[in-house]
Write a protein that binds this ligand. Sequence first.
Ligand code: SF4
Length: 429
Amino acid sequence: MIIPQILYRTLTSADSQCVKKVAWNFGFGAARSVSKFKKRMKRGLFFPPFLYISILNSCNLRCQGCWVDVDKPREAIDLDDLNRIINDAREHGNRFFGILGGEPFMHPQLIELIAQHPDCYFQIFTNGQLITDKKARQLRELGNATPLISIEGTEIVSNERRGGKDVLTRTLRGLDNCLKQGLLTGVATSLCKSNIDDLLREDWLRKLIERGVHYAWYHTYRPVGPQINAQLALNPEQVRKVRQFVVDMRAKLPLVLIDAYYDDKGQALCPMATGISHHISPTGAVEPCPIIQFSNDSALDSRGIYQTMTQSSFLRDFRETAARNTRGCIVLERPDLVKSLVEKHRAKDSTIRKTAMLELESMEPRPSQFIPDEAIPEKHWMYRLAKKIFFNDFGVYSELDPAAYDRAPGRAVNESDGERSSSSKNAAA
Ligand code: SF4
């Protein structure tokens, strides 16, 4: 019965313009772009239907584990260049764009960008603190953007995790401005050791529902960047618990729950390896994904983003190498492979701090979303269907090395005793 409840909640709380735009620009538009993506794949051409663009590096917070150069001089992609990227992607069927930073609401041309592409749909990854009532109203009038607001813990944990004061209070103020204006609004959390017990709970999701939030997204903390804070990373048992919780709550609560790491059968996948998404950094560098901060191509290149990405041997080699070696995260599980790919292609460090290789060399292999021991399939038919059609591995793991199941760090490693189980081969069946 959750679908009628979700529809009722959406239609009675969201502005009608926002509902129309999400249904058409995202519902129909993004779905069509995935089918175009699949057709291109058959011709050996990879251009992601979901482009993620970090429009600037600046941010008003300093989060633990952030890989963005938030403390460095501002780098931003200006409106003309952003329009060129979006128009070229749009010509090839794309309608959805993920807008990241730094903090996107610090970019002076964000609203103008969204206004100039009324048939596209934008998901803005934000800490919510700069979303005033006026900004929220402007977004409502446009209707083609959804703020995805990150909440990383209770007030105390938020201040610690995000390096600020009153962090949660200020974020909730921005969230309420969005909900008051009837924006389709989501809440994201990067689950880690310091917030999993507070936020991976049914009563937390019910609080979000009561507040009027429309969807939620649980990421898992990636210990990368200049200060990796590895102690915060989840262990395989916790990663499995997250997956089980999400599947259970999807079948129980009138709140859409997003994930980007599992197909309908619960098999792990990497969005970069499937080619469904790639990333553009604040300097315009084309990167396999946000945490692989190396590049050989620029989105500002006169060829345009479509040619640049479809012709990139660096991106292709990254996708294929990842898909041959793990269903999980190549950065976490095989930093050695990332290093060898960067050296093979003589790719440049695309950070402003220029320490990406040092950071990579200091990384130890660690578990990711790939838990070979067991796949937890979707319980609810709506998610099963949506993933079957629009979000799965698109067959890219057909050449996955069977030994990947044995060597995956995510096997049931009990951190305290280092014991390993031996049932991985079953998962391969
Ligand atoms: S490489 Fe890792 S962080 Fe990047 S898209 Fe894949 S799973 Fe996600």
